[in-house]
Design a protein around this ligand. Sequence first.
Ligand code: LLP
Length: 413
Amino acid sequence: MTTAVGTLYPEHSAIRDGRLSIGGCDAAELAQRYGTPLYAVAEDDLRARAREFTAAMPGEVVFASKAFPCTAVLRVFHEEGLSVDVASGGELALAQRAGFDGPRIILHGNAKSEAELRAATRAGARIVVDNFDELDKLERIEAPCEVMIRVTPGVVADTHAAILTGHAGSKFGFSLADAPRAIERLRASGWADLRGLHMHIGSQLFDLAPWRAAVEAIAGLGDFEAYDLGGGLAVAYTPDRRPPSVAEYVESMVATADEVLGPGRALSIEPGRALTATAGVTLYTVESVKDVPLKDGDIRFVAVDGGMSDNLRPMLYDAPYEADLIDRVGKAGTPCTVVGKHCESGDVLIRETTLPDPKPGEVLVTPVTGAYVYAMANNYNGVPRPPVVFCSGGRAREVVRRETFEDLYGRDV
Ligand code: LLP
């Protein structure tokens, strides 16, 4: 039986008699074999999402690697023919290790160092120029390269303020007023092959209208061969809010570009979250269950062996998640607050969910943790970061090992 919550699990997962398996691997066995916390990824979901995008998109699909900057994930998307967006020298190194090179790599960032720019030009990457100081650096380097200009279209989309990027006053890109000077300088340079304009208006966007407003805003800057419309398509973290499908989103982007910019442009989109989020789940072990009496009803805290070290999104963006016990998925329960093991009260993974009588030692799963979760993991409280395990066709393969205590002091000098 698939429950509403069941719809949040990877396409390549199953819930039989309430027991969860990911990519044919029993979740209880995964927890037993690799320990918890554990990031389990349905590898075939990564491929399926990549194919969904490439089938729908007549232009280029660029994986925003910040969503899941792990060599094995990058390798899958390299094999699937995607390009890659990197936002630092480190992400560039990961992308190269996964096999990407040349203009299939796109370098982003509002504070690129000269070293990062040199590394990118050596790799033959495309560079999305963000500001005049970066232009100065590129003029010093003078290496031939393909460039795009990032423009801030000045539109506001409906998402958390921390992940809104295309509004007037954003730290990213050239304002509509400054962009013409950047275009002029790049056109006059002997080294830059100016392909076109780039915009990225924000992340976790359900509404397609702001993209149209943004494309209309940048259309006045001239006629270019290429346009990169950025990423941003939302995913469902809870069963109550569904985003547009990949096909609906791509169709709308292409139609908008055709109408507003004219047909025949080389179009790129840069999905991150929509490629990886639903492929991943996190497994935790319940360490304690505490009922705290309050005047207006008890709170039941279900404390797990991870928390803000392995998933910062609830703390940074009030991001909602759901949880289940891996052998009673979708079963009705009582209200619980899922908290982590870290030394602060803000370490709340899920403010309110229902769980069917959780007990210490049981394994709890949070679905939709394949994007910006591994990416933002940290060692707060000396907690080693979890491993990443790919699951496909009933076979599990560890692609990133768990950190050890030795890793925690491994950089001491
Ligand atoms: N392109 C550019 C230039 C970006 O800055 C981003 C995301 C993307 C593409 C991909 O956007 P997506 O399709 O994933 O929405 N840590 C936050 C998300 C930050 C997104 C930053 N930029 C979170 O956990 O929600």
